[in-house]
Design a protein around this ligand. Structure first.
Ligand code: FE2
Ligand code: FE2
Length: 416
């Protein structure tokens, strides 16, 4: 069973419960018993790193949900895709237009990854936070690809379930083809390739630089070869359009934005917000998901896709140590598919941070079931907003059917 610790709290002899990864490379494999040298090296390179280590005491009393398979699938897909993105960005940066062969190359990797995800279905979308920004565009495009595909797949599954429920459901032509979505997600920021140096700029951007960035969706779409699927071009051009019509470049709103562009919009916002930037620290995934779903930014996104996205994200990972308002600490043991902010927890550490004896441990519970139990922080970030969310009930079956129906309508719009 894993427990998530800040690198400063890790001690020699502890065993890694998951890989330590940077830029899709495994630096230290899971199962490794950490030495003083390992810990010192990690602290030097990544002062804010959190690692999952095994906790033998809790392991004896409770079975933790395993997310190792989902982690592995995510890493493999994103690593493969990041290599493609790197090649495509180099072509554009060198001022060469993409041609049919480039597109064919991308599409064959995409097909391979689509098949891989079908064979390895994912229950939780896991995107570890990057510890560096050196290959931002490459990593970001790979993350957006992965998240967009998972959203697309989930929407597809909702449609399937709804079809099975409604015997008279209409046939949707090509409704299962996610190739344009996947290709568009890889290429969505291709217009940023010539502006990659701006990711590293510490000083505020000039007006001219801001204008160049705002032009990247249009420039990216224009840089794509004519033979590419028009839906791919549409994704690249529309991925900064907002649901309310205040996005760019065309100020489109609602259904006038293509369904695939709306999917990429959600994946893009999340990936960008959790990434480390030269001018901005990475935000904690719990706060990012909360802002996207319940905060001011929620109006930017398609509300149904946002719900679908929330259902596959688990921003409080298994093993996360959550500080409670009464001073004790809880650990996440199981995810809650109905509500990403209310996982199953066990109160495992007392007010002094010492492990609670096996005999005195209470049974795990879903966060919010006990209204007296209030959360305070996670990894030093205030997450007390979760207390208000806990007062709201789970998604009802009726609402699920409603989401399913609306997802089907989204695809009707995509394939008229
Ligand atoms: Fe973009
Ligand atoms: Fe992006």
């Amino acid at each position: 069973m894993p427990i998530l610790l800040h690198i400063d709290d890790v001690e020699p002899g502890m065993q890694l419960a998951s890989n330590v990864v940077n830029s899709f490379s495994v630096l230290l494999p899971h199962g490794r018993i950490l030495s003083e040298n390992d810990i010192q090296a990690l602290r030097r390179r990544f002062p804010d790193l959190h690692v999952q280590v095994l906790d033998p005491l809790l392991d004896q009393v409770i079975e933790f949900e395993s997310t190792g398979k989902d982690q592995e699938t995510s890493l493999k897909v994103r690593k493969t895709v990041s290599q493609v993105t790197s090649k495509v960005s180099a072509v554009i940066r060198n001022g060469v237009a993409l041609d049919g062969n480039n597109v064919k190359g991308i599409e064959s990797v995409v097909q391979e990854m689509l098949a891989y995800i079908c064979e390895n279905p994912v229950t939780t979308a896991i995107i570890e936070q990057s510890n560096s920004w050196d290959d931002y565009l490459q990593e970001h495009s790979a993350n957006v690809f992965y998240l967009s595909l998972l959203i697309g797949n989930t929407v597809k599954n909702y449609i399937k379930q709804e079809r099975e429920r409604l015997t008279s459901a209409a046939t949707l032509h090509n409704a299962m083809d996610l190739l344009p979505l996947a290709t568009g997600a890889i290429l969505h920021d291709i217009g940023m390739a010539p502006l990659e140096h701006l990711y590293h700029k510490v000083e505020p951007l000039t007006e001219q630089e801001k204008a160049a960035i705002r032009a990247h969706p249009k420039n990216g779409a224009d840089a794509l070869p004519d033979r590419i699927d028009p839906m791919v071009k549409q994704i690249v051009r529309q991925h900064h359009e907002n649901q309310q019509g205040d996005g760019y470049p065309d100020g489109l709103s609602g259904d006038r934005i293509g369904i695939f562009a709306r999917i990429v919009r959600v994946a893009d916002a999340y990936s960008a917000a959790i990434s480390q930037k030269v001018y901005q620290n990475a935000k904690n995934p719990v706060c990012v998901l909360y802002e996207m779903i319940h905060g001011d930014y929620s109006e930017y996104y398609d509300p149904i896709l946002l719900k679908v996205f929330a259902s596959m994200m688990q921003p409080l990972p298994i093993g996360a140590k959550i500080k409670l308002q009464d001073g004790r600490w809880a650990v996440v043991v199981r995810h809650n598919r109905k509500d990403p902010f209310r996982p199953e927890i066990i109160i495992a550490f007392d007010e002094l941070g010492d492990p609670i004896d096996k005999e005195n441990l209470q049974r795990p519970m879903v966060l919010g079931v006990d209204p007296k139990l209030k959360v305070e922080s996670f990894m030093g970030h205030d997450i007390s907003f979760i207390n208000a969310l806990c007062a709201v009930s789970d998604i009802s079956a009726t609402e699920k059917h409603h989401i399913a129906r609306e997802c089907r309508e989204l695809f009707d719009l995509a394939y008229p």
